[in-house]
Design a protein around this ligand. Sequence first.
Ligand code: PLP
Length: 377
Amino acid sequence: MKGGYLFTEIVNRTKAYQAEHPDTRILRLGVGDVTRPLPAPIVEAMHRAVDELSHSDTFHGYGLENGYPWLRQAIIDNDYAPRGINLSLDEVFISDGAGSDLGNLSELFDTRNMVAIAEPSYPAYEDTSLMAGRSIVFLPCTAEHDFVPELPSVPVDIIYLCYPNNPLGVVLTREQLTRWVRYAQTNHSIIIFDAAYEAFIQSPDIPHSIYEIEGAKEVAIEVRSFSKTAGFTGVRCGYTVVPKQTGLQSMWLRRQCTKYNGTSYISQRGALATYTPEGKAAIRANIASYHATAQVLLQGLRALGYTVYGGVHAPYIWCRVPAGYTSWSFFNHLLNTCQIVCTPGVGFGASGEGYVRFSAFSRREDCEEALIRMKGL
Ligand SMILES: *Cc1c(COP(=O)(O)O)cnc(C)c1O
């Protein structure tokens, strides 16, 4: 395994620059964390939950390892049933976020199972596969193929897909996602579908869930999170859907009951509030503001002559670096000459070389200021 974690390296370089230039205002456009505060309806729900815990007649101790039924029912009723997807309560597992489940799910599989990862990718898929001692086949996503991964040329057992994609900011069409479900059916593979950015999808043609594809319940586990949807990166709550047809639901329940003692009652009450009319409206407003910031970056970078991708159904913009630069040399150049922090694409995988990622989880004024600073480049 590589020693340093990508984001630690970025933080260290940024800190070193700030230490040498204490008066400079550095613009952080690389952040993969939400920046808008929690909406009021969610905060109020969590306050009420804390109050309940402080009285003996409304106190809650351990909850179910897979989460309170009222939250699982709300997820089914709001996120799946309206799209024609029928799930039972015991197929939905509440978690402390997608991050842990994406890694822990690998415990369901034999270590000899081969993993396929569409790359560049969120680092967790590769790192947790290596920690589990598995071999990996990387599926490069390049501009020549519109960043759509090719089907594996060798048989694979576990496939990580993430749509809308981090870091590319791109999505798959229904037809493209169907090819993957058919591949998994034919090859008896399991797809681990990371839908952390589902709430950013803006077009009705783009699938929000892999279960919109017929047959996907036999071959796919879907991982979602309230982190990017509702600003829960610090609160911690997510959920994973393991359909019975995969044959893995009871094993995952057994695993969770042994190794996980449940998500905080307060977090789950906060998550439930995202499904109230006020909660939904507040979340929509937050996401609309990230979309607007993404548009500022997209159009601004295009006007400066950069080739950019993504940024419509996701908060991320994938930007080709100018000729003569690598991901890291352009990162350094932007930091040293414009005091802007981006994320080097190569940190997400070999095919990310020659790109950087900009994030709309940035302050809009900072993006506008960054575009002015970049004019002189
Ligand atoms: C942010 C993110 C997650 C969510 O992680 P949490 O642990 O739920 O905060 C999952 N997958 C991707 C690709 C992400 O970018």
